[in-house]
Design a protein around this ligand. Structure first.
Ligand SMILES: NC(=O)c1ccc[n+]([C@@H]2O[C@H](COP(=O)([O-])OP(=O)(O)OC[C@H]3O[C@@H](n4cnc5c(N)ncnc54)[C@H](O)[C@@H]3O)[C@@H](O)[C@H]2O)c1
Length: 356
């Protein structure tokens, strides 16, 4: 597979490293509007062909697939011409800035018969894969209740850099820059984490979004720091379970922690992203009465990069698909709507398809 990386900023380094480890994958080109960033990135990862516009790369055309690692609001305008040109696309999350755009991308990829996957990267956590498998096999019975959180603290300390002075985090901090705040940035991850483990889609949600004062003046250059920082959501799944999902970047004491607890009629499961494989605990069978939890031993599972490469090479689409990510985008759109009156919103049945 000949791969081009579009957008050569921070996250693109992970794509270059992870795709670079795979047999049968050649990273043949890089695209970025910033010539300096493009050169530094391509030099570091030994990438031979460099383009300062997507149009130039498409005109050159000597590649099969693209890793789209541009900012959130750029995913749609860059992915659509790539699909038209017949290229397979592995897109960063969230798929787009709204459901209409995400749906257009999913439909175009499906109609073109192209491989389309989204980097919902916590699918790489082996503990999550095992939790999905155990719940699907009935280990905890029928799921009734869940709680899921994604906790970060990068707005309370400088461990990830000086977000209050530099402009490179604006896509996470400013609505005008295309940010849907913590909801779009990490909310999509935790919604996917919980829904995938449970094996059900979201049927209705009610969401409270909160934007805090972030920095003196709440402004960097022309951009207001007005994107939401914390959310709490109540959710019901298509399988009838209810739960709470929440996330914050003001969660002091947590660097980047996902936690999920799922409770069923026959047991419970706890999943975290701790360490290389994550951690998984189960309370079921004879342990139920004393509420004793046992840690489950885990084996590594293939990451999204490998799954995308295998999908392109076998011509069979992999998961998570554009369609799944578009459906999650619908949940995000309705969460924003619901925040206006703090009311409940039902997710249309047509967008409740759950990923495998
Ligand atoms: N899956 C994950 O866990 C994870 C983690 C971090 C970031 N991300 C996602 O990755 C994406 C990129 O994030 P980042 O932190 O690398 O951002 P970044 O700002 O560091 O890099 C984005 C790059 O895209 C370039 N770019 C912008 N418009 C372009 C265009 N039209 N054509 C070509 N290049 C263009 C910018 O110049 C920049 O170099 C975002 O969608 C983000 O949500 C995902």
């Amino acid at each position: 597979m000949r791969l081009v990386i579009v957008g050569t900023g921070g996250m693109a380094n992970s794509h270059a490293r992870k795709f670079g480890e795979l047999d049968g994958v050649d990273i043949v080109g890089g695209v970025d509007r910033s010539e300096d960033r493009l050169s530094a990135f391509c030099d570091e990862h030994n990438i031979p062909n460099r383009f300062t516009s997507l149009e130039e790369a498409i005109a050159w055309g000597e590649f099969d697939a693209v890793a789209n690692v541009t900012p959130d609001a750029v995913h749609h305008p860059t992915t659509m011409p790539l699909l038209t040109a017949g290229k397979h696309v592995f897109c960063e999350k969230p798929l787009a800035s709204n459901y209409a755009d995400a749906n257009e991308m999913a439909t175009a990829a499906e109609q073109g018969g192209l491989i389309n996957m989204v980097n919902l990267s916590y699918r790489d956590v082996s503990a999550l894969q095992k939790a999905h498998e155990l719940i699907a096999a009935g280990e905890i019975g029928e799921v009734r209740h869940f709680e899921a959180s994604y906790l970060q603290s990068w707005l309370t300390q400088p461990a990830w850099g000086h977000w209050d002075k530099e402009d490179r985090w604006l896509w996470r901090l400013s609505e005008e820059h295309g940010s849907l705040g913590v909801l779009g940035d990490v909310g999509i991850h935790i919604l996917d984490f919980a829904g995938f483990a449970i094996g059900a889609s979201y049927q209705s949600i009610s969401c409270n979004l909160k934007t805090f004062d972030k920095a003196p003046g709440n402004q960097i250059g022309d951009y207001k720091l007005d994107a939401n920082d914390s959310f709490t959501m109540m959710a019901e799944t298509s399988s009838g379970a209810i739960g709470v999902v929440h996330a914050s970047r003001f969660a002091s004491g947590h660097m980047n922690d996902l936690h999920l607890q799922v409770h069923g009629t026959k047991g419970g499961i706890k999943v975290t992203n701790t360490g290389d494989l994550g951690e998984l605990f189960v309370c079921s069978g004879t342990n139920l009465e004393k509420a004793e939890w046992q840690q489950v031993e885990l084996a590594p599972t293939p990451n999204n990069y490998r799954k995308f490469a295998e999908a392109v090479m076998s011509a069979v689409n992999g998961h998570p698909t554009f369609r799944h990510a578009a459906n999650l985008q619908q949940v995000l759109d309705l969460a924003v709507e619901s925040n206006k009156d703090k009311g409940r919103r039902d997710i249309p049945k047509s967008t409740q398809l759950q990923d495998a």
